[in-house]
Each structure stands twice: as C-alpha cells, then as structure tokens.
Design a protein around this ligand. Structure first.
Ligand SMILES: *[C@@H]1O[C@H](CO)[C@@H](O)[C@H](O)[C@H]1NC(C)=O
Ligand SMILES: *[C@@H]1O[C@H](CO)[C@@H](O)[C@H](O)[C@H]1NC(C)=O
Length: 347
C-alpha cells in the first residue's frame, strides 16, 4: 500500500517536471527564461505544480518514514526468521545428534569388544617387545592355560602359518593361523571346524541271546559285538557315561505274543538315571505264520542325549501281558542295543 503511494508520488513529481519542461515549448512568451520563471514561481509558491510537488514531497517524507518502519519490521522479521531458522537447524542438529548417539551407542557396544580386543593385543605386543628388549626369549611366553586362539599360539612362540588345534568353548577347534598377518587382521585367524576329540572312545553294540520278560529291571545283554571304553555293563544292562557329552542310543527288539497271550502288548522304556526318556510298545498284530497263532512285533527306541559323566542309561520292560516277552534265542539276534559317544564336552 505504502509502496504504491511512493510510486504515485514519484510519478507525479517526474510528471510535474516533465510537464514544466514541456510547458517551456508551449509558453507563448519565450522572452522569459524557463529557469527564471520557475525560480520566481518557487519563491511565489503559487503554481499548482509547486503545490503538487510540495504535497508530493510531504507524501514522500511520510512514505520514507513508512519505509523506515517497514524496514524495521522487515529487519525484525528477518531476525526472527533467522532465529527460527537457526532454531530449526539447531533442532535438526540435536535430533541428528541424538539419532547418531543412539546408533552410535549400539555401534559402540559392538566396537567396545573390538577395542578391548585391540587393547589386549597391543598390550601383548608391548609385553613381547619389552621382553625382546630385555634380551629375554620372547618366543616362549607362558600363557598359563591352553591356547584358545592364534594369538595365544603366537605368544607361545608359533611363527609358521598353518592349521592348528585350539581350545574352543566346549571342544577343540581347528583354525588356520596366518602369522604373516597383523594380530588385529581378520585374516589372522580363520575358524575351520571342530575337532572330534574323545578322551575315551565310547561305543557299544550288544544283543540278547535269550528271551526276557522281567518287568521294571534293567535288561541285561549276553552278546557283546563291541564295547569300546567298557561303558556298557552287559551283566547289569546299565551304560554309564564316562564323560560329559552327547551320546546316541538305539534299540530294536522283537516282542513275542504267544498264542496263549491274554494281554496283547509289550512296552519298553529307555531310562536316564530314573527318568523315562523314551518308550515304545508292540501289540498283538498279524500272525508271522499261517501255521502258528504266535505273533511278533517290532519294538524300537532311539535317543540322542546330553549326558554328564556318571549318568546311567538302561532299558527295561515297563509292562507286558501274560505270555508276552522280549523275544530272542541262541544266535537269532533279534534284540539290539547300541550306543555311542557322538561328541565329548572337553571343558
Ligand atoms: C592393526 O593395528 C595396527 C597398529 O596398531 C594399525 O596400524 C592397523 O591399522 C590395524 N589394522 C586393522 C585391520 O585394524
Ligand atoms: C548264545 O546261547 C547259546 C545257547 O545257549 C550259546 O551256545 C552261545 O554261546 C551263546 N552266545 C553267546 C555269545 O553267549
């Protein structure tokens, strides 16, 4: 609005001067120089153009004041927006910072381990260097425990890259150590796999040589095909874990239902100490021969168990009907119980 006013004032002022100049050409009496006439006019203050100019200059002054106010307001606004923009930037920075901090924190958590590792490595290198400087044999540091990494091996004195066995968390591991690499290099140690180490080889395969029908007692065995580590006591039928570890067991037997059997099932159970781990049963089904009413059925059990050293595992008949038995006879080999140590816990 004010700007418009200023423009109008300027146009009027210019218009007035121009018309004055033009008036020079139209004045009928050229003997009066324009400037003199105009100076006279100014002094007299009686031309309409001068009045107009005066009014215009007043408007200009007013407009100038207005411009000053607007400028002030604009300045204030500018400062305010600047502050606002600064605040926005600050907020953005703060938010970004917070976000960075949060993601940084989780990163830090994972890096902290690396840092610790790096710190320890540096310490180790420092100690090695110190020992070397003291002229001691830095190639045979006693780490006071079994090596669990290529770093340990390097400390012990290994210098040739190659495949090594190190102590893992539960078993021995095979690693490739590249001693040409820095200890903090990811290629310094490469995990290859677990080493199958058994302090006592343990596996057995036993069979019965007679039928058996006692209920609630461990089933003994007569035929021993294998019993490495002698963990299976065939006389008592109880297997005792020599070491903590994972063991696998499998049983297969034949249930016989004599023609006189009045109750038609046989249930076998596998026990770990006094806990029933598995059970299986056979029921009187189709005849094995058209000329006999005797019936047979397979009973099988499998289990893979984590055992502690000294744990006992055995089989027993939980129940059977009259005339039902776990069937076997001389050299028929119907009944099998096998077990083996799959993986030993070394630590
Ligand atoms: C390993 O440590 C050395 C010395 O501290 C450093 O110069 C190098 O960048 C590190 N390498 C890696 C892969 O972290
Ligand atoms: C199985 O029993 C038969 C008959 O009693 C006997 O001759 C044989 O030696 C036994 N086998 C074993 C391995 O004990």
């Amino acid at each position: 609005m004010r700007i418009k006013l200023i423009l109008v004032a300027i146009i009027l002022a210019v218009g007035c001067v121009v018309s004055g100049q033009m008036g020079w050409n139209y004045y009928p009496a050229p003997s009066f120089p324009y400037s003199v006439e105009l100076a006279d006019d100014i002094r007299k203050e009686d031309t309409s153009c001068f009045r107009e100019l005066k009014a215009n200059s007043r408007r200009l002054r007013e407009a100038t004041v207005d411009i000053g106010i607007i400028k002030g307001k604009l300045n204030a606004l500018e400062k305010k927006s600047l502050r606002l923009a600064e605040q926005m930037v600050d907020n953005q920075v703060w938010t970004t910072k917070k976000f960075d901090e949060t993601s940084q924190q989780s990163k830090e958590m994972s890096y902290r381990l690396e840092d610790t590792k790096a710190m320890i490595l540096n310490l180790i290198l420092y100690v090695k260097e110190m020992l070397a400087n003291k002229g001691e044999d830095s190639n045979s540091i006693d780490i006071g425990r079994m090596p669990s990494s290529c770093t340990d091996l390097a400390l012990i004195g290994h210098t040739h890259s190659g495949l090594y066995s190190v102590m893992g968390t539960k078993s021995i591991e095979t690693v490739y150590c590249d001693f040409t690499k820095q200890m903090n290099d990811s290629d310094f140690q490469k995990f290859l796999g677990y080493v199958d180490v058994k302090s006592t080889p343990t596996f057995f395969h036993v069979q019965k040589n007679t039928s058996f029908s006692y209920v609630g007692v461990p089933i003994p065995f007569e035929i021993v095909n294998a019993n490495s580590g002698k963990a299976m006591n065939v006389a008592t039928g109880i297997f005792t874990a020599p070491q903590s570890g994972t063991y696998s067991f499998s049983f297969a037997g034949l249930a016989q239902f004599q023609s006189s059997s009045n109750s038609a099932d046989l249930e076998i159970r596998l026990f770990l100490n006094d806990e029933r781990i598995a059970s299986s049963y056979a029921t009187k089904a189709g005849s094995w021969s058209s000329t006999s009413n005797d019936k047979f059925n397979q009973v099988t059990l499998q289990s893979t168990l984590n055992l502690k050293a000294g744990d006992d595992v055995w089989l027993e008949i939980y129940s059977h009907g009259m005339g039902v038995s776990l069937h076997d006879a001389a050299d028929w080999h119907h009944t099998h119980f096998t077990g083996l140590l799959v993986e030993e816990d070394l630590v």
